[in-house]
Design a protein around this ligand. Structure first.
Ligand code: BTN
Length: 334
């Protein structure tokens, strides 16, 4: 273990984690960290305030019995092997209006690509098409990434599709859930939405200045806490799995997959990502209704193009190219 660059509090946590479930004497901690026992006690207090459950005994010392369930940067980055995402810069907030808004402010001030803004709670969580995103404290993941790709703004829908793939891969590698993408970027389990993505862009001339990719994921949200109007169409990981699920490993896995697909996008283009998106969306041949700002289209999905556009054939045989909308799946395929 290399302690270079770690704060005293982080080093202390690292020792306690290595001995998780065992007592560690205050004296040995004070020797290892080269601080007084009173200072050890002070840092223990800070760790407790961060949500770590630490028992103390005047005779035996300290025992870490439970890791914090907060989305603390130290928990997210533990074992994270990315080069860009979450590596240098995780901005952790207890409460914010919207992580997308905060990320935008930071991007304007020059925050580098890979910056992650994460909050325990959003007071004005934003969804697609001017909707709000239900963001209760401690239950979900509300995270925004800053990207600065050298690409044309017209590629933005691809970034959104790529994000849906990265989220799905992260969930598939951590859970047994049957994840499905609903065009363009909803993540469903058993037909209910557990996550949504909001991408926002700033351009200069015809180049991307920055892109903000916001992810909202319902992790431990119980059924009864969802607002009534979305209660029957939304779900959470804990509802689907029947147990509480730790959030930090999901963020870590998401950042890992994000980087993998982002690198793939830059090196090999969008085709392999689109291929995976189609596997995960499994939408071709489906009978759907799409609501495009109040105008409704009903028909069969022919395909989703490499530009993310949905090709829908209505019953007259006319093909519509749909750029954005709300999809409702009408029924099982024949
Ligand atoms: C959707 O409507 O499906 C997209 C929801 C996106 C919500 C996330 S939560 C983190 C980020 N900050 C926001 O205000 N919105 C996005």
């Amino acid at each position: 273990m290399v302690y270079w660059g770690m704060t005293t509090k982080e080093q202390l946590l690292s020792y306690l984690k290595k001995e998780m479930g065992n007592w560690v004497s205050g004296e040995s901690l004070s020797n290892k960290l080269a601080i007084s026992r009173a200072a050890v006690w002070k840092h223990i207090g800070k760790l407790k305030a961060d949500g770590y459950i630490i028992e103390s005994s005047p005779k035996k010392g300290y025992l870490l019995s439970k890791i914090s369930d907060l989305l603390l940067p130290a928990e997210i980055t533990e074992g994270l092997d990315t080069k860009i995402f979450g590596k240098e810069n995780i901005v952790y907030l207890n409460e914010i209006d919207s992580t997308n808004i905060k990320a935008k402010e930071l991007a304007v001030m020059g925050a580098p690509e890979g910056t992650v803004v994460i909050a325990e709670k959003q007071t004005k969580g934003r969804g697609r098409r001017g909707r709000s995103w239900f963001s209760p404290s401690g239950d979900g993941i509300y995270a925004s990434l800053i990207l600065r790709p050298a690409m044309s703004p017209i590629e933005l829908p691809r970034i959104t599709l790529m994000t849906a793939v990265a989220v799905s891969e992260a969930l598939l590698s951590l859970t047994q859930l049957k994840i499905r993408i609903k065009w363009p970027n909803d993540i469903l389990v058993n037909g209910k939405k557990i996550a949504g993505i909001l991408t926002e862009i700033s351009t200069e001339m015809d180049e991307v200045d920055y892109i903000i990719v916001g992810l909202g994921l319902n992790v431990n949200t119980p059924y009864e806490s969802f607002p009534e109007e979305i209660r029957d169409e939304a779900s959470s990981i804990s509802m689907e799995m029947g147990r509480h699920f730790p959030r930090a490993p999901i963020v870590r896995e998401y950042l890992r997959w994000y980087e993998k697909y982002y690198e793939m996008f830059k090196k090999r283009g969008f085709e392999p990502i689109m291929h995976r998106w189609k596997e995960l969306a499994d939408i071709a041949g489906e009978q759907i209704m799409v609501d495009v700002l109040g105008e409704k289209y009903v028909g069969e999905v022919l395909d989703v193009g490499n530009d993310g556009v949905l090709l829908l054939m209505d019953k007259e045989g006319t093909t519509h190219r749909i750029f954005s909308g709300d999809v409702q799946i009408m029924g099982a395929r024949p």
